[in-house]
Design a protein around this ligand. Structure first.
Ligand code: SF4
Length: 443
């Protein structure tokens, strides 16, 4: 008893670190191209064909398993930076751009803080693992401590081509880029795609056994998650190992397809094997505007599927949006739509929360591409129609609109992109978002 108390007192506490993030210690993201990284929002992470260490003996990540990558000097340095924030943090500064930027603009809101809050000793979703994580970081970390995993199958099939997406995550977007002669940016030149529009490689699930056996959360993403055979193989693995009942299954889906693709059937047949399930429904707006950005989806079909997902056992639904130049002025409609569903069935639908800020890399649909007059209209809307219980979320969006600098060059590139895609798709931005009229058709 005294020994346990002494151990607890001497243990490094997460809250004592200045800028800690749990992800590099307990989460792994397997990328389409075989890269392994600690979270999905990291920027400029080396691709799967590249090694993380520069030494001659190091291997490309796609030839290494999760623990090989965990043991690289690079990953050790990355983890150390979170534990020594008073020293220079070159890897964090480079790769954690999204969180750094989110916290610069709104100090209480970032992916990092969301993940950290899960380990809050009082209310955190993973609070029963907080002590284990604290004792783990006091070890040499040679053993795995992976509680959560995000699996991006080596398959970029998706039936949609959302504006802020790219060829790397959508074969349909890649095909459109090919038809439009757009060969640069947004992953078109990635060594994984290597000139192809659709990649669908086999993956051996046996190599993930060591990680799967300890998971409390398995997250499957896409492409379109529910249309990738590898995702059903991954769920089969967890079920057949007898460990699916210990984990939450998290599926990110555009909710437009529910194929019978696995040996147990469709997603409705798989979910009952897991402890709980969360369906993250990717939308950008509520209703018709969503059909425009997440082209060519149909809102009625999405909502029909969402209502079916809501009937699955032990399942919760989260509507997840990006924050982009096209939807930032309309997220209040998503918040209101979710409020109505919550009133109908309070135990099923999670609170509205905006997802990732579209920023950096080859992204065109960034808040910086919105001209000042349109920003004014969006800010007026935020200040006049947002319901009081959403204030915190929308103040974050207001600070993006106020503080993110206007980038005229990016704006021009975005308008060219919109117009090209509109012409090809037979759509028109200003039919759906009329505030862009002064800038449309001029280039
Ligand atoms: S700080 Fe942000 S970007 Fe960096 S690992 Fe954590 S969640 Fe990912």
């Amino acid at each position: 008893m005294t020994e346990t108390l002494e151990r607890k007192q001497s243990m490094t506490k997460l809250k004592n670190f200045e800028w800690f993030c749990p992800q590099p210690f307990m989460n792994t993201v397997i990328n389409h191209d075989g890269a392994k990284k600690p979270c999905c929002v990291l920027k400029a992470w080396p691709g799967g064909r590249h090694s993380l260490d520069k030494s001659a003996e190091s291997y490309p990540q796609d030839e290494m398993d999760v623990m090989d990558v965990h043991h690289t000097k690079f990953m050790k340095r990355f983890r150390e930076e979170f534990m020594n924030a008073d020293k220079p943090t070159p890897l964090i500064d480079k790769h954690c751009l999204v969180c750094r930027e989110q916290e610069r603009l709104a100090p209480t809101e970032s992916h990092r803080l969301v993940y950290l809050d899960k380990f809050d000793e009082e209310h955190g979703e993973y609070r029963e693992h907080t002590e284990d994580l604290e004792s783990y970081i006091d070890t040499d970390m040679s053993e795995p401590f992976y509680l959560t995993m995000e699996y991006n199958a080596p398959n970029n099939f998706c039936n949609l081509k959302c504006h802020m997406c790219g060829p790397y995550n959508s074969s349909t977007f890649a095909k459109e880029n090919e038809a439009l002669g757009l060969t640069e940016g947004k992953g078109m030149g990635s060594s994984w795609l290597n000139g192809r529009t659709w990649v669908n490689d086999e993956d051996d699930m046996d190599k993930y056994e060591d990680i799967i056996k300890n998971l409390i959360e398995m997250k499957l993403v896409g492409g379109e998650t529910l249309a990738l055979p590898q995702n059903y193989d991954m769920m089969d693995k967890a079920i057949d190992m007898g460990v699916s009942g210990q984990m939450r299954l998290v599926i990110t889906t555009n909710a437009t397809l529910t194929p019978k693709m696995g040996k147990y059937g469709d997603i409705f047949d798989y979910v009952p094997h897991f402890k709980t399930c969360q369906m993250n429904i990717s939308i950008e707006c509520w209703g018709e505007k969503n059909n425009y950005i997440r082209f060519p989806s149909k809102w009625e079909l999405i909502m029909k599927n969402v209502r079916r997902f809501a009937e699955m056992p032990r399942t919760r639904i989260l509507f997840a949006t990006c924050v982009s130049s096209l939807n930032i002025g309309y997220l209040n409609e998503v918040a209101d739509g979710v409020d109505i569903l919550q009133e109908e069935t309070p135990d099923i639908y999670n609170d509205f929360a905006t997802g990732s800020l579209v920023i950096g890399g080859a992204n065109l649909y960034v808040v910086t591409a919105i001209p000042h007059d349109i920003r004014e209209q969006y800010l007026d809307k935020i200040y006049s129609v947002v319901k009081p219980h959403h204030t915190q979320t929308f103040m974050k969006l207001a600070s993006y609109l106020t503080d993110m600098e206007w980038d005229e060059e990016l704006h021009n590139k975005m308008m060219i992109d919109v117009e090209k895609r509109d012409k090809y798709r037979g759509t028109c931005l200003t039919d759906v978002f009329p505030e862009w009229k002064p800038y449309y058709g001029n280039l």
